[in-house]
Design a protein around this ligand. Sequence first.
Ligand code: ADP
Ligand code: MG
Length: 230
Amino acid sequence: MKLITCCSFKGGSGKTTALMGLCSALATSGKTVALFEADENRPLTRWKQNALKRDAWDPNCEVFVADEMPLLEAAYEDAESRKFDYALADTHGGSSELNNTIIASSNFLLVPTMLTPLDVDEALATYRYIIELLMGENLVIPTAILRQRVPVGRLTMSQTAVSEMLTALPLTEEPLHERDAFAAMKERGMLHLTIKKIDTDPSMRLGLRNLQAAMEELQQLCSFVCGALE
Ligand SMILES: Nc1ncnc2c1ncn2[C@@H]1O[C@H](COP(=O)(O)OP(=O)(O)O)[C@@H](O)[C@H]1O
Ligand SMILES: [Mg+2]
């Protein structure tokens, strides 16, 4: 089982959304996914409830509440014994012993950030924190910054400047753009299943291209991460 973690000091940087999307991309390629919910606000539990109501939850994926050390340990052991292909950990903002443990146990770390100076400052602080933690523990874990909620159109001068700053750091190949399809996942459930359902829900047919564009971005992110894990 490979553990992929989204972490950032900053709340609202797009961690949970990136994780939901990655889960969907892994599930489309037939992988089983354990989701470790290390955020006491339980966004993934709510996601699953909404998805089940909409018939858009992949039964090859399971949420494990893991917002305390003993729960995390039990979740990890359970998921490993049930032979899940991947585990995705959603952390809360800030630093904590729980987050440190998850980071140090991961096989890949993603640090999502929006392109504002404040967000990028926080992403850089998170990145530095991760590197120091890993060095202290003598670990090498591939880590990449994920540009999240990037405008689909032209970037402003400030966004361009901030983007250029980030090129000095390891980045995922492509960003995730600001898309309604991503924002709606928490209500609608897994994106690939929402797309599948369109056949039976003509009201959404006009939005199909947007959903597919979002799904393609997730598949690119997924191949980038899985490629790095091989
Ligand atoms: N790529 C995106 N496009 C549109 N909305 C997004 C995108 N990523 C995140 N959001 C929205 O931004 C808000 C914060 O995202 P979230 O993933 O919950 O951040 P975090 O987990 O880091 O706190 C949510 O309302 C989410 O729907
Ligand atoms: Mg979150």
